[in-house]
Design a protein around this ligand. Structure first.
Ligand code: FAD
Length: 314
């Protein structure tokens, strides 16, 4: 089913969330991730998404994970797909395989340069920007796919012109994109202001903010530097004293992500959240429990006990 149809079918004001995973490098990692995916499917995400390695470096694994999530675990699946540094035939095969597996959601991206290369290249004149992939999918597959695109609340890292980025985002939507997933952010104002600007220039499709729970101090600094994402000074000040205590960093990450989602939900009418899981389960589960989006283990046990008692008395 299309993500937008699922959103439209929700009760008014019902919050929703989705999980993003990346393909693990080893078979053991993949098998662990499948176990996690099965458990996390019980958290009832609206959809799950799987990243696509730059230049198609994870084609087989991304496709396999998408097919298993959709077919075996019954999870609505969104496959990320990048269109640069890659042969057109690989794109065609991936889209056809996704369609044959009943996958109806694609996050259409340009892609970053592969590891070790400084610049991305268009391997085919047809694909220079994500919009070319959006147009291609629409032309070749009509309305079969629900297409998502990326948006950048703080501007794309390669661009100095946020207004121009917004115009290009609107062009992607006008070309046929149905929803937007944002780049991760830690400055709530950046997201809120950017979303307002999107609406002002006439973007009406759902905009789903990406929230990444901090899992470790070094990885957090590396990812935020790479994505050129603003980290408010309060967060740095909170993290620096605990940076060598992994457990404390994770707990901080849970409470920060919970407060970002809660603030967006309560004060800015945002209903959907895309959680960048980094393939980890615990933080995501705790965040959803704290937000009361899912029941805690204790609450689930209580409910089971009550229903067992009821069946005994009946
Ligand atoms: P585009 O929309 O093409 O934009 C890139 C830049 O080009 C922007 O500055 C834009 O303003 C500019 N631009 C767009 N159109 C034009 C035009 N017609 N003329 C001139 N300039 C233009 N990467 C992966 O490799 N695999 C993934 O799975 C993946 N998942 C992602 C998920 C999310 C939610 C996000 C936010 C990013 C993801 N990325 C992924 C990273 C993404 O590939 C990079 O950020 C890439 O540099 C840009 O991709 P894009 O689709 O935003 O490109």
């Amino acid at each position: 089913m299309k993500i937008t149809d699922k959103i439209n079918a929700l009760e008014p004001n019902k919050p929703f969330y989705s999980f993003e995973y990346f393909p693990p490098k080893t078979d053991e990692g993949l098998s662990n991730l499948y176990d996690r995916l099965r458990r996390m499917s019980l958290l009832d995400p609206l959809f799950v998404s799987f990243t696509w390695g730059t230049g198609g470096s994870t084609v087989d694994r991304t496709l396999e994970m998408c097919v298993i999530a959709q077919g075996l675990y019954g999870l609505e699946t969104c496959m990320h797909l990048t269109c640069t540094n890659i042969a057109k035939g690989v794109l065609e095969d991936a889209l056809t395989e996704a369609k044959n597996a009943g996958i109806q959601n694609i996050l259409a991206l340009r892609g970053d340069p592969p590891r070790g290369q400084e610049y991305w290249t268009s391997s085919d004149d047809e694909f220079t920007h994500a919009i070319d992939l959006v147009r291609y999918i629409r032309k070749k597959y009509g309305e079969w796919f629900c297409i998502g695109v990326a948006g950048y609340p703080e501007g794309h890292p390669d661009s100095n012109d946020k207004e121009q980025d917004l115009i290009h985002l609107k062009e992607k939507v006008d070309a046929g994109a149905n929803f937007i997933i944002s780049q991760l952010f830690y400055n709530i104002d950046s997201f809120v202001e950017w979303e307002k600007k999107c609406r002002k220039i006439g973007i009406t499709v759902p905009i789903i903010p990406c929230v990444m729970p901090i899992q470790g101090y070094n990885s957090f600094r590396r990812i935020t530097n790479l994505c050129k994402v603003d980290v408010p000074v309060d967060i740095i000040n909170d993290l620096e004293p605990i940076q060598h205590d992994d457990q404390a960093v994770k707990e901080y990450g849970v409470s920060l992500a919970t407060s970002i989602i809660s603030e967006l939900q309560k004060h800015h009418n945002v209903l959907g959240f895309h959680l960048c899981t980094l393939n980890l389960e615990k933080s995501v589960r705790l965040i959803l429990e704290k937000l009361k989006f899912v029941k805690t283990e204790e609450e689930r046990d209580d409910l089971q006990l009550m229903s067992r008692r009821r069946s005994v008395t009946n």
